[in-house]
Design a protein around this ligand. Structure first.
Ligand SMILES: [Zn+2]
Length: 266
């Protein structure tokens, strides 16, 4: 049994055959999926899917690349969305300087302000955080250091070296691996997936992106998590079921699925 801890099931790519997407996931042993919001509308859809399907949970947040088109007063609306039992995390949020011009200080400042606002919200609600980081490592770590002990986070789609992974883990956070670990040209991701301690990492697809080998280039979906898991089990030299029980325990303690489901009865 596996959890796909990062899937964009709210994207239009999945709407035509949504029940079949979940059925294929279940047949491949992926029994839970966390649907990740990237803006207010996307978060609303993620939440609606989580309320409709017992195997789906939601994270609500504003992706750094979507800050420019998001309403500036997103925070009270995000708080309302986050206060629902099927919501297990805030995110994805973080910093992405990849597409910003070098001199776009206003763009950087807007991302940092939205990131801090969402970290504050997570601390207030006791929710973990899903972090997107691209071309902004030092700035992201600097902000996360302000929240040490107050917020627990996962650095999603982790592709950096084991030294970078150690930095994240030393601050009390997790990393999660996508299909990138199955790509030939990803030695850092593979070294990290082989070496990070058990209990410090989770698995994800980031679908519809990043389909693992042998599906590379196709539209990714939660069922393909199986290929990533098999690859990581091989890299770590452990049986697949051992990887499954380790990563399930990590995901359960990070997202608290059971506690959040039980809360429904009150
Ligand atoms: Zn994502």
């Amino acid at each position: 049994m596996f959890t796909d801890t990062h899937a964009h099931l709210d994207y239009p790519e999945f709407q035509s055959d949504f029940p079949a997407v979940l059925a294929r996931a279940e047949a491949a042993g992926i029994t839970r999926v966390v649907c990740i919001g990237t803006g207010l509308d996307s978060s609303r859809t993620a939440l609606a899917l989580a309320e409709q399907w017992p195997q789906v949970f939601a994270a609500v947040g504003i992706h750094p690349n979507h800050i420019p088109e998001e309403r500036p007063d997103f925070l009270p609306r995000l708080r309302e969305l986050a206060n629902v039992r099927r919501v297990v995390a805030i995110g994805e949020t973080g910093l992405d300087h990849f597409r910003l011009a070098k001199d776009d200080t206003a763009g950087r400042a807007a991302q940092a302000a939205a990131f801090r606002a969402q970290l504050d919200l997570a601390a207030e609600l006791g929710l973990p955080v899903i972090i997107h980081e691209r071309a902004a490592w030092d700035d992201t770590l600097a902000i996360m250091r302000e929240y040490t002990g107050r917020v627990r986070a996962v650095f999603h789609c982790f592709g950096k070296s084991p030294e970078h992974a150690r930095e994240v883990i030393a601050l009390g956070h997790l990393v999660s691996f996508t299909g990138i670990v199955t790509f030939k040209n990803a030695p850092d991701a593979q070294a990290s997936a082989a070496n990070v301690p058990s209990g410090s990492f989770m698995l994800e697809t980031d679908c519809p992106y990043l389909a693992p080998v042998p599906h590379r280039g196709k539209k990714c979906e939660p069922a393909f998590l199986r290929n990533t898991a098999e690859h990581i089990a091989t890299l770590r030299g452990i049986p697949l079921d051992e990887l499954a029980s380790q990563t399930e325990a990590t995901a359960e303690s990070f997202f608290q699925f059971k506690a959040r489901t039980l809360r429904a009865t009150h």
